[in-house]
Design a protein around this ligand. Structure first.
Ligand SMILES: *[C@@H]1O[C@H](CO)[C@@H](O)[C@H](O)[C@H]1NC(C)=O
Ligand SMILES: *[C@@H]1O[C@H](CO)[C@@H](O)[C@H](O)[C@H]1NC(C)=O
Ligand SMILES: *[C@@H]1O[C@H](CO)[C@@H](O)[C@H](O)[C@H]1NC(C)=O
Ligand SMILES: *[C@@H]1O[C@H](CO)[C@@H](O)[C@H](O)[C@H]1NC(C)=O
Length: 399
């Protein structure tokens, strides 16, 4: 009896030294997903909800509990007629943010084989490949007519993983499509990458007309916007690692994409804030640590997901794995400590510290990015945190 109590106390003592990650009552991937679903997530085809749906896909994949797939089918079914036509669609509105939900349609198609999801996905594929305007070099405009000739890093996550999954499922031998997907990344690499840091500016304008477009002669970032915004680069890292799940290994572009992934992973690891373990909202020098700047949660979650998934999928060479895992673990510890708040109704979690938006609508300067409000429970932060948690849990289960 005494011994049992002693052992119990010793185990409590030991537990208190284990990081919060291990002490969670249930895995954070599930707990955070349940928190949001319990409080209610609207069924929409907008990219914010679609980013949450992507997190739910990962959780459904980790458990045998059917409620996550039910949540996804109920949500998506409410957007579609029985034959797979979207109930509501604005045919004048061409923007990549509309395409993001296509990934979840393909997930449900693979799961259920129900043709309506394939019909809806093929409609989005047509919206993208046939209807979306392109720059002279073949890059999808971020939004027509509002952002002509502009590519934003955000758009790569909105469209490229869907384009790759659709191609892999329905036209795997279509080399033109694989080349086209590769070209979207190639244009960002060519215009947005700062060769001094290998970090990527938020976007570029091929026509050089946007007020923020770099017009200086001989610049390595012609047309690019001035700053590295954490979330844009986070969307891009997620796009790379997700596209690599579908991209054919036999296509020469596969290794090219792996190379870009590794370069960006190295840059991101180098820029991790050594004190907190997170990343700054505006990441280019000299801004980290400056007044108004802060360590932001959605981008921190995206980098953690991207690095851990890269580890799991063998995208790093042997000797690098431990270093990247350590970077991701440190970032994950910060998220659990600072951005996961246990103060939701009925024992639910809240998610803190996500910047509401970041756009290239204005002049894209430091003052703009740092004056956008920070909001609670943004699905753009919650979704990547769930994805990062699922990866962390898979990683911990293996090691
Ligand atoms: C599902 O889990 C397996 C490992 O069990 C993993 O390889 C795969 O990438 C996961 N898929 C998603 C969508 O998370
Ligand atoms: C899908 O059903 C709607 C409503 O019944 C109909 O208007 C539409 O033409 C159908 N679409 C296709 C592709 O069959
Ligand atoms: C192959 O992909 C390209 C680019 O997406 C598309 O335009 C073309 O229609 C596709 N070809 C076939 C046979 O589906
Ligand atoms: C929860 O706690 C965080 C601090 O961790 C705070 O910023 C937030 O406003 C709180 N939210 C609610 C709903 O109480």
């Amino acid at each position: 009896m005494r011994l049992a109590r002693l052992l119990f106390q010793v185990s409590l003592l030991l537990c208190s030294h284990v990081p919060a990650v291990a002490a969670a009552e249930k895995p954070y991937s599930i707990w955070m997903t349940d928190s949001l679903i319990t409080r209610g997530v609207p069924a929409t085809r907008w990219y914010t909800e679609a980013t949450f749906y992507r997190g739910v896909e990962a959780v459904a994949n980790l458990t045998t509990n059917p409620s996550y797939n039910s949540f996804l089918t109920t949500s998506l079914d409410s957007l579609l007629l029985a034959n797979g036509t979207f109930r509501a669609w604005d045919y004048q509105d061409h923007q990549l943010d509309n395409i993001r939900v296509g990934s979840t349609l393909l997930y449900l198609y693979t799961l259920t084989q129900s043709p309506k999801y394939a019909v809806a996905a093929s409609f989005l594929h047509n919206q993208l490949v046939v209807q979306q305007k392109r720059t002279a070099s073949g890059g999808f405009w971020h939004k027509d007519p509002k952002y002509p000739n502009q590519m934003w890093l955000d758009g790569l996550f909105m469209a490229a993983p869907f384009y790759a999954a659709h191609t892999a499922l329905f036209q795997p031998a279509n080399t033109t499509a694989w080349d086209d997907i590769l070209q979207q990344f190639a244009l960002i690499e060519q215009h947005c990458k700062d060769p001094r840091t290998n970090m990527l500016r938020h976007g570029y304008d091929e026509s050089l007309r946007a007020p923020w477009a770099d017009r200086s002669a001989g610049s390595a970032t012609v047309g690019a916007s001035p700053h590295v915004w954490i979330r844009a680069q986070g969307w891009y890292l997620m796009a790379l690692v997700d596209v690599l799940e579908w991209f054919p290994r036999g296509h020469a572009g596969y290794q090219v994409l792996v190379g870009w992934f590794r370069e960006l992973a190295a840059a991101v690891a180098r820029e991790q804030d050594p004190a907190s373990g997170g990343w700054w909202l505006v990441m280019d020098q000299p801004y980290p640590g400056q007044k108004g700047n802060y360590v932001e949660s959605s981008g921190t979650a995206m980098y953690t997901y991207g690095l851990l998934k890269g580890v799991r999928r063998g995208l790093f060479v042997e000797g690098e794995v431990a270093g990247y895992a350590a970077v991701a673990k440190k970032a994950y510890g910060l998220m659990v400590e600072r951005f996961v708040a246990r103060n939701g109704t009925g024992g639910t979690l809240n998610w803190e510290g996500t910047v509401r938006v970041g756009s290239l609508d204005g002049n894209g300067d430091y003052k703009y990015y740092t004056t956008v409000p920070v909001v609670e429970n943004s699905l753009i932060g919650v979704g990547p945190f769930i994805l990062a948690s699922a990866e962390m849990e898979m990683y911990n289960a293996k090691t």
